[in-house]
Ligand binder design. Structure first.
Ligand code: HAM
Length: 422
C-alpha cells in the first residue's frame, strides 16, 4: 500500500518554517494594536451563497475555485476562499452598526481555492485579513493602505510597489463598461476563449486576464479613471493626496480591477519582484455594496488581505530577519542515574520560571545528551550528577564557548536569566 500523502496544492508548515510564520503574525498583531484593529476568529466554512452573492457569480473564484460540498443535511457549504464576505456577514449578524464606526477588525487563518498550484499559489493558503467597516471616508482607505505598507516596512521588506486604481461605483461603471466593450469588441477575435466568454457577462474581468496576448491588447484599452463620477473621482483624489502626504510612493495602474466583483472606488495591490508570476503580496480595496449584496443594509467597507506564504517567501528572498531563531535556552543533562529525580525537578522549576528548557529521558550518556543540547540549539547545559547534588550546585556549561562553572542551586535561576538576556 502506498503511503498516503497530502493532497496537491496543500502543504505542511514544518518547524523550520513555522517560527517565521509566527513572527509575521506577531508583527501583524502589534501593527493591528497600533492601528486600533481587534482580532476576530471566523468560521472556516460558510453558506455557499455568502460567497456566490458576495464575491460575484462570474468571478474565477466562484466559478472555478471554490471547495463546495453538501453537509449531511443537504445544505451547500463552502470552505472560505477569502475573508471579506465573512467579515461583513459577521458585522451584520452581530449588529455592529451600533458600535463606533468604523468597526476595525482583523483575522488570520487558512483559505481554500482550487487553483493551479505554483510558487506562491496554493490550494490552502493563509491570509492575514484587515477590514474597516461602516465608513465611506477616503481617510479610511488611506489607513488601510498605510496599515499594509507599515506592516511590510516593519517586517523589513523592501522594493515593494504599491499600485492603485479606482474601479468606480454602480453609477459610473456602466458607462465605462460600454466604452470597454466597444474597445474589446474591435479586438474580440484576438482574445483568448475565456475572455471571449467574459465579453458579455463581465467584460471588466478581461482586464484581469493573465494571458500575455490579452494583456498586450488591453494595454491600450480605456481606463476606468476617465469615466469616474464626481464622487468617485474626488474620493480617489483624496486617497492619492493622502498617500503623498504620508510619503507612500505608488503607481497608478488603469487596468487594476482585482479578481473579485465587490470592489467599488479604491483598488490596490502591493507587488514584489521576488515572487515571479504570483507577484501580489497583498490586495484590497473598498467594497461599499457588499453588505447589500448579501442581504444587509448599506455598509461601506474597505480592507486588504496578505498571503502569509507570499510574505515569508519574499522575506526569505530578501534575507529579512525573522526575530528570535527557534531553540531552547537550557538543556538539563544528567551525569549519572542518581541525579535523575533531581534533574526532573530542576527541569520543571526552570520551565515554571518561563525559561525554555528540555532534557532527554532515555538514559543516554552525558556526551550524547550534550550533543542533543547543541542540536536543540540550547544556549546553556545544566549538568547534574551525584557530585553536584552533594555540593548543592549545578554545573552550568555555555554551549557556544564550552566554558563551564559550578553555580549554587539558590542562585541558579538568576544566573540563567542573566545569561539568556545577553
Ligand atoms: P485576493 O487578491 O484574492 O484578495 O487575495 C489577497 C492575497 O492573498 C493575495 O495578494 C495573495 O498574497 C494571497 N493569495 C491569494 N490567493 C492565493 C493562493 N492561491 N495561494 C497563496 N496566496 C494567495 C482577497 O482575498 C480579498 N478578500 C482582499 C480584501 C480584503 N479586499 C478587501 N478586503
Amino acid at each position: 500500500m502506498d503511503i498516503i500523502k497530502a493532497p496537491r496544492g496543500v502543504r505542511d508548515v514544518l518547524p523550520d518554517e513555522s517560527w517565521k510564520w509566527a513572527y509575521v503574525v506577531e508583527t501583524a498583531r502589534k501593527v493591528a494594536d497600533a492601528f486600533g484593529y481587534d482580532e476576530v476568529h471566523l468560521p472556516i466554512f460558510e453558506h455557499t451563497e455568502l460567497f456566490s452573492r458576495g464575491i460575484g457569480d462570474s468571478t474565477d473564484v466562484v466559478e472555478k475555485e471554490m471547495y463546495t460540498f453538501k453537509d449531511r443535511s443537504g445544505r451547500s457549504l463552502t470552505l472560505r476562499p477569502e475573508l471579506t464576505a465573512s467579515m461583513v456577514r459577521c458585522y451584520l449578524e452581530h449588529g455592529m452598526s451600533k458600535r463606533v464606526q468604523p468597526v476595525k477588525l482583523w483575522s488570520v487563518g487558512p483559505m481554500f481555492r482550487y487553483e493551479r498550484p505554483q510558487k506562491g499559489r496554493y490550494r490552502q493558503f493563509w491570509q492575514l485579513d484587515v477590514e474597516a467597516l461602516g465608513s465611506g471616508a477616503p481617510e479610511v482607505d488611506l489607513e488601510i493602505v498605510t496599515f499594509a505598507v507599515y506592516l511590510f516596512d516593519t517586517l523589513g521588506l523592501s522594493n515593494l510597489e504599491v499600485v492603485v486604481n479606482s474601479v468606480g461605483c454602480p453609477a459610473c461603471r456602466p458607462v465605462y463598461r460600454e466604452a470597454l466593450k466597444e474597445y474589446v469588441g474591435s479586438n474580440y477575435d484576438e482574445l483568448c476563449k475565456t475572455c471571449q466568454n467574459r465579453f458579455e457577462r463581465n467584460p471588466l474581468r478581461i482586464l484581469d486576464c493573465k494571458n500575455e496576448h490579452c494583456r498586450e491588447i488591453m494595454k491600450e484599452s480605456p481606463g476606468m479613471v476617465g469615466y469616474l463620477c464626481d464622487e468617485c473621482s474626488e474620493h480617489f483624489q483624496k486617497v492619492k493626496e493622502g498617500m503623498s502626504l504620508l510619503g507612500i510612493s505608488y503607481k497608478e495602474d488603469k487596468n487594476l480591477v482585482r479578481g473579485l466583483d465587490y470592489y467599488t472606488k479604491t483598488a490596490f495591490e502591493v507587488l514584489s519582484g521576488e515572487l515571479g508570476a504570483q507577484n501580489a503580496v497583498c490586495g484590497g480595496g473598498r467594497y461599499d455594496n457588499l453588505a447589500e449584496a448579501i442581504g444587509g443594509p448599506h455598509v461601506p467597507g474597505v480592507g486588504f488581505a496578505a498571503g502569509i506564504e507570499r510574505i515569508v517567501l519574499t522575506m526569505e528572498g530578501q534575507g529579512c530577519d525573522f526575530g528570535r531563531k527557534p531553540g531552547i535556552d537550557v538543556f538539563v543533562a544528567i551525569a549519572d542515574d542518581s541525579a535523575r529525580k533531581a534533574g526532573l525537578k530542576l527541569l520543571y522549576d526552570i520551565r515554571r520560571d518561563k525559561v525554555s528548557a528540555d532534557m532527554n529521558y532515555s538514559g543516554k550518556s552525558l556526551s550524547s545528551q550534550l550533543k542533543m543540547a547543541s542540536n536543540k540549539k540550547a544556549k546553556l547545559a545544566c549538568i547534574l550528577g551525584s557530585a553536584e547534588i552533594q555540593k548543592g550546585v549545578v554545573t552550568v556549561k555555555d554551549l557556544a564557548s564550552g566554558l563551564q562553572e559550578e553555580v549554587h542551586q539558590n542562585s541558579l535561576m538568576n544566573h540563567i536569566k542573566q545569561y539568556i538576556v545577553r
